[in-house]
Design a protein around this ligand. Structure first.
Ligand code: BDP
Length: 693
């Protein structure tokens, strides 16, 4: 089993249950007709054919054992007593087993074809998890309107920060070749409610907007449409120059505005339901409005006007650190965007990374979530693990996403980040989450089996950002492997502890950005000589003989002032700062006493050791689970856990060797010295590490 089927496995259920399932799936009644309902019917036939051994035939009338997919009025026409269900909205659904003429039927109820498709997928997932369809009673509707994957895929097939092979988009053979994988991609995404995909890298090539590539994107859009997935494209701000031959890309220039309008018209002719543009501007060398002394709001408006007549939106990224800001990179997005609150066009959504720096193992939530009250915001997270051991290390990201979503933006009882997204600044149709995809052309899609869980968890949390990451892990484990609690319980425990393990062996106590240069794999806390100050790990840790940490209080960069006053007040004092974020906000002496009485130096070392020990425990745990897993998926995970254990040790040893060299402190009692000296760790090079383009 190579993992290709993801969580949509549909393997036969065990013998007695199989007959019972077949009896509950004798026919499929779908009064409506559409490509989306065809997809739902095909999925149910495939899933039940796999699990029950027989695919239910289509029927026009209801009989016991039927599965009915219907809107309320359609169900009533067939004699099923159901009320209207406005609470389900346009995309929600209800699954309900009900009595019917001496037997039972399973009703999938929704107000749209897409809701019915989502319901069909969830019904299959519940069955995979061991539930009886005719006993189900479950309803859900998405809390966020935009649930998107961002692909950082380049037109040459490379994937920036991709660790699962090449891009799945075969641009060369598009639009002619419809790789069946595109349909499987759409199925997997629809099964977790994802309804948008940005096909190309935010570091965009203008070529993506050329007629040739629009035709290619249109072919993908045609495949995704029945699954409710809209296509979006990253737009290079200077495309009017590169593609259009104009002299400028100034967003206030009438020629530039006309160019964007014509380009949008052209795209919408090919893709009538095109979602819109994602824009990375004036960040990391990308062109943008500031090149013409225009604000981000003015830049966004030029594109927003172009897509507005077609119902499109602009996703404008707040990840900016282009101009000189040597004081504190963490402050720049807020400094640039907060003054523009309320000044963005009405179809612009500002897309903010979960934390103020860049997808670190742990960051505080981004201060913009508490500060842009008049602008719809989308939260961007990385599903691909650029800073978390690529696809090699087992790190379940559910707890990371949940931690940010639950953060209290006011420090005084909400709203949480999740609620800010849900409110969409009064326009809930514009709230959302975007995940940088971890998908590539590896057979298992995500580079490892457990990285599939991160894709799954992203979808579930984008659907309901208040959901529990532990419940999601339980569900994923049950449907991806087996519902057997002897497997699910230990695996979920492993997953739930895995993120903290990585934080501990990489960047404990609020440290950040200690990764090696460029590829960001492995430790590099000593790196101090890169062109821009804020590329250097030493810039973030600020360690010297006296202490360690970044002072973001009033005596330092005062980044804490970007948070709401109640929260800022607590963050001003190390005693009331969560210890997990201590060194993010404070520069403290090595002798500082942590809550449990140890010195900061002792505590730091202990966290690294704890991280290594957690990985060793995960590895032992997995070894004991062989009887429950097919050999191929077991072996791949086992191999990666062995690498992870070795590399957790490497992270720990290299980090401690370096901190010891600056702190001049002896190792605490009973702590093993690093296996090598610091020079050894500093000499390691990884020129062909994946994902770095
Ligand atoms: C960083 C990545 C870089 C991306 C950038 C972004 O290192 O490759 O281009 O974020 O989000 O995490 O634009």
């Amino acid at each position: 089993d190579d993992g290709y089927d993801l969580w949509l496995r549909y393997r036969p259920v065990a013998a007695p249950a199989r007959a019972a399932l077949a009896a509950q799936a004798r026919s499929l009644v779908i009064p409506g007709r559409s490509a989306t309902l065809d997809a739902a019917a095909a999925e149910l036939r495939r899933g039940l054919g796999g699990m029950a051994g027989v695919a239910p035939p289509a029927a026009a009338t209801l009989a016991p054992g039927a599965i009915l997919l219907a809107r309320p009025a359609e169900a009533r026409r067939l004699g099923v007593a159901v009320a209207d269900a406005p609470e389900l909205g346009r995309e929600g659904f209800r699954l309900r087993g009900m009595a019917w003429r001496g037997g039972r039927i399973t009703l999938v109820l929704a107000n749209s074809d897409l809701g019915l498709l989502y319901g069909a997928f969830r019904l299959l997932e519940r069955i995979e998890a061991g539930e009886r369809p005719d006993r189900i009673d479950f309803a859900t509707a998405p809390h966020l309107a935009l649930r998107m994957l961002d692909h950082w895929d380049n037109l040459d097939g490379g994937v920036e920060r991709g660790y699962a092979g090449h891009s799945i988009w075969d641009w060369w053979h598009l639009p002619d070749r419809a790789d069946p994988r595109y349909t499987d991609y759409a199925r997997a995404n629809a099964s977790i409610g994802i309804n948008g995909t940005v096909l190309n890298n935010v570091n965009a090539s203008a070529e993506s907007l050329s007629p040739r590539y629009i035709a290619k994107a249109a072919a993908l859009a045609d495949i995704f449409r029945p699954y409710g997935i809209k296509v979006y494209l990253s737009a290079r701000f200077s495309a009017p120059i590169e593609l259009g031959g104009l002299k400028t890309a100034d967003p206030l220039d009438p020629g530039v505005r006309a160019w964007w309008r014509a380009k949008a018209d052209e795209i919408y002719r090919a893709i009538p339901d095109f979602g819109g543009f994602l824009v990375k501007a004036n960040s990391e060398g990308q062109p943008g409005p500031q090149d013409y002394h225009r604000s981000h709001a003015e830049g966004a408006a030029a594109l927003a006007d172009a897509v507005r007549p077609h119902g499109g939106v602009i996703l404008y990224r707040a990840f900016v650190y282009a101009h000189d800001n040597p004081e504190d990179r963490a402050k720049q997005a807020y400094d640039d965007f907060k003054p523009l609150d309320g000044r963005f066009a009405d179809n612009v959504i500002v897309q903010v990374k979960n934390g103020p720096i860049d997808f670190q193992p742990r960051e505080p939530f981004h201060p913009l979530f508490g500060a842009m009250l008049r602008t719809p915001l989308m939260m961007e997270v990385q599903i691909t693990k650029e800073y978390l051991g690529f696809a090699t290390h087992l790190v379940y990201l559910g707890p990371l996403f949940e931690e940010v979503l639950r953060s209290d933006t006011s420090g005084a009882g909400g709203p949480s980040v999740a609620q800010v997204l849900e409110r969409g600044a009064g326009r809930p149709g514009l709230g959302g989450m975007a995940g940088v995809a971890n998908i590539g052309d590896d057979r298992n899609w995500s580079g490892s089996i457990f990285d599939q869980a991160n894709w799954f968890a992203f979808g579930r949390l984008a659907w309901d950002p208040e959901a529990s990451s532990e419940a999601i892990a339980r569900e994923w484990t049950a449907i991806s492997f087996t519902p057997d609690p002897r497997f699910v319980t230990p695996v979920v425990a492993m997953m739930m502890g895995s993120r903290e393990a990585a934080v501990n062996y990489m960047t404990p106590l609020g440290l950040a950005h200690q990764m090696a240069t460029g590829h960001h794999y492995g430790p590099g806390p000593w790196v101090h000589d890169l062109a821009r100050p804020e590329w250097n790990p030493t810039y973030y840790a600020r360690a010297d003989a006296d202490g360690i940490g970044f002072d973001r209080t009033a005596t330092g960069s005062n980044a804490i002032a970007q948070y709401a006053p109640d929260l800022a007040r607590r963050l001003a004092d190390p005693r009331t700062t969560p210890e997990a974020l201590l060194l993010w906000f404070h520069h403290l002496p090595w002798s500082y006493r942590l809550a449990d009485g140890e010195t900061l130096w002792e505590g730091l070392v202990r966290h690294y050791d704890r991280g290594v020990a957690s990985v060793a425990a995960m590895r032992r745990q997995w070894a004991a689970l062989a009887p429950y897993v097919d050999p191929e998926r077991f072996a791949l995970t086992e191999t990666y856990l062995a690498i992870q254990q070795r590399e957790a040790q490497w992270w720990r040893d290299a980090s401690i060797a370096y901190w010891r060299s600056v702190s001049h402190r002896p190792l605490p009692a009973n702590v093993a010295p690093p296996a090598h000296d610091l020079d050894y760790y500093e000499s390691l090079r990884f020129p062909y590490a994946p994902g770095h383009i």
